[in-house]
Write a protein that binds this ligand. Structure first.
Ligand code: F6R
Length: 600
């Protein structure tokens, strides 16, 4: 996730672009840059935070009344000056900023290199200015060339393009990445999100997928970039306060990020297939495989353990990073996958250090390109959830799970096990973001009502089996972190080995019942706790058969068993959030916790 902005009007563009970028910094902050047109194209960009880049390069003083800007969260190519946006064509006349992932960039890059174009960065984005320039050289104008380029791109892209040759306009394009246009008087704004422009205008036009727009100071013309047909759309008026705007209309970043999960999953599923294949090969070539991680990332690793076992018959050992030194049995034939959203967790870095010292090869899965873990790994793999602001991990968990499910499919293929289930899974993954979106909207009010009944609980027990087990661990962690209610997640089969003694009249027990083989058994575990007076809430796949057996039922539409982590985690996250708010606590600032734990 990155942020893009644009301005065309009668005022100096640079201060407006700079302020808009500051408001979008939550979408990414590893590098930033701007391009303006004033007779010629002026481009300034660097690695680092916007304020520091401005101090160094005087972004605010860039000349011109037309410009675009970008704040980056690296996906292809580490954070650096050359990889920062805007990217320009070889003649230095066209500048492009991009949010999203261009899936077929390698193929386009090869095509352009064969036609003599030189590339300087490691980004997917750089193909865009060169491709536009390729079509311009064939005789089209800027709008037509951008349109032809957009039709060649696959993946997700919100683009803003300016040119020194047509200095009075911005061309915007949208496919699967957000893009908003703001209408002022004699000026037009462009941004990835409404907050970036709210101080100037509250009249906005939202570009839809497959559309492009030509912005001049007093006019916006929208067209479908496929057919070229013009689209008429009335602007809408947004009624948001500045604070609401920063959080995208949500009261807390935690809730905003829970709702951003479909986008995080969608972007992560666009990770380059060759990266996944390399990781699958890396793991399957080893004699022993460890996944190391902490907290939420550890729970994502456990989901992967189940998925790899069920789909690929591939065993991995999942170890909490801080315990790895005690039990890791490592040699030159060992592969270690470190899973860490921040890439900075000290326990995980230490585990990796120890593994490397013993001769193991290390891969990492992180959400932060250029983080410490990436510098210690032989193979770097990335989730694309965008920066997570709230302390509790939500959307990065969803992104990790999505990535690891894709990995399970790859590993199955590498082991010659890509049967019909594997193929169903691979194609079904694409529809998951939409199913998640629907679930979020439907579950939120129901879970809020449930939260009002559980908010005074002293203890909450969560039980699950199979792939439901890591989910109850993650659900309990969310509850502990922000509600401060003692919560315990456990395999349902373990109840009778001790914890059952704590279940008495009214004790809340949440049973997570995904589809799959262990369903029958968990239903009898529910009977066990019911018999001792527990107040049982079931979160169940098509839970009709549980009606009458439980006190409350949250039914999730039927899905493939291995997809259930991405759907079943939603009510658990929402429950933690709504209990916290109902108790008058701040979910964004849980006591005693930090986002990155950089000490052992
Ligand atoms: C839970 C949470 C923590 C982190 C853990 C690992 O909401 O945020 O448990 O998951 O500190 O962090 P990363 O993934 O950055 O290594």
């Amino acid at each position: 996730m990155c942020g893009i902005v644009g301005y065309v009007g009668n005022r100096p563009a640079a201060p407006i672009l700079l302020e808009a970028l500051r408001r979008l910094e939550y979408r990414g902050y590893d590098s930033a840059g701007m391009a303006t047109v004033s007779g010629r194209l002026v481009v300034r960009k660097d690695r680092g935070r916007i304020a520091d880049i401005d101090r160094k390069l005087k972004l605010v003083e860039m000349p011109g009344k037309v410009g675009v800007g970008h704040t980056r969260w690296a996906t292809h190519g580490e954070p650096s000056q050359v990889n920062a946006h805007p990217h320009v064509d070889n003649a230095g006349k066209i500048a492009v900023v991009h949010n999203g992932i261009i899936e077929n960039y390698l193929e386009i890059k090869k095509f352009l290199q064969d036609h003599g174009f030189r590339f300087v960065s490691k980004t997917d984005t750089e193909v865009v200015p060169h491709l536009i320039s390729f079509f311009l050289n064939k005789g089209g104008n800027l709008e037509e060339s951008v349109r032809r380029a957009a039709r060649r791109l696959r993946g997700s892209f919100a683009l803003a393009v300016i040119s020194a040759e047509e200095p009075d306009k911005i061309i915007a394009v949208r496919q699967d990445s957000p893009l908003i246009l703001g209408l002022g008087s004699g000026e037009i704004f462009l941004a990835s999100d409404i907050p970036a422009m709210l101080q100037h205008t509250n009249r906005v036009l939202i570009l839809e997928n497959g559309e492009m727009a030509v912005l001049t100071s007093d006019r916006v013309v929208i067209r479908k970039f496929g057919s070229g047909a013009e689209v008429r759309r009335e602007p809408m008026v947004v009624k948001w306060t500045a604070e609401m705007a920063e959080k995208g209309g949500y009261p807390h970043f935690t809730l905003k990020e829970i709702f951003q999960q479909p986008e995080a999953v969608q972007d992560t599923l666009r990770a380059p297939p060759e990266e996944l294949r390399r990781l699958a090969k890396f793991l399957t070539n080893a004699r022993r495989v460890y996944f190391v991680a902490c907290g939420t990332s550890y729970h994502a690793a456990l989901v992967a353990k189940y998925a790899l076992a069920k789909l690929a018959g591939f065993p991995v050992e999942v170890v909490i990073s801080s315990e790895f030194g005690e039990i890791g049995s490592v040699d030159g034939k060992t592969a270690v996958l470190a899973i860490t959203q921040s890439g900075e967790t000290a326990d995980t870095l230490k585990a990796v250090e120890a593994a490397r010292a013993a001769g193991a090869r290390v891969a990492c899965l992180t959400n932060v390109v250029g983080s410490s873990i990436t510098r210690m790994s032989d193979l770097v793999c990335c989730t694309h959830a965008g920066p997570e602001v709230s302390v509790v991990a939500t959307k990065t968990f969803a992104a990790q799970v999505a990535y690891l499910l894709r990995l399970a499919v790859e590993v199955a293929a590498a082991r010659g096990r890509s049967g019909p289930r594997c193929r169903r899974l691979a194609s079904g993954l694409k529809s998951l973001p939409e199913i998640m979106r629907k679930n979020l909207a439907e579950l939120d009010p129901r879970v809020r009502r449930l939260a009002s009944r559980l908010l005074r609980a002293e203890h909450i027990y969560l039980i699950g089996r199979g792939i439901g087990y890591p989910l109850v661990l993650e659900g309990a962690l969310k509850l502990k972190e922000i509600t401060y209610i003692h919560s315990e997640g456990m395999p349902a089969g373990e109840l009778k080995h001790g914890t059952l003694a704590l279940i008495e009249e009214g004790t809340p027990v949440i049973a997570v019942v995904p589809p799959g083989g262990s369903r029958v058994k968990i239903v009898s575990n529910v009977e066990e706790v019911k018999a001792r007076g527990a107040h049982v809430v079931a979160i169940a796949d098509n839970g009709k058969d549980l009606e009458g057996h439980v006190d409350e039922l949250i039914s999730i539409p039927h899905t493939e068993e291995l997809f259930s982590p991405l759907l079943f985690i939603i009510p658990l996250q929402l429950l933690a959030y709504h209990i916290t708010v109902a108790r008058g606590q701040d979910p964004d600032r849980p006591r005693s916790l930090a986002k990155s734990v950089t000490v052992e």
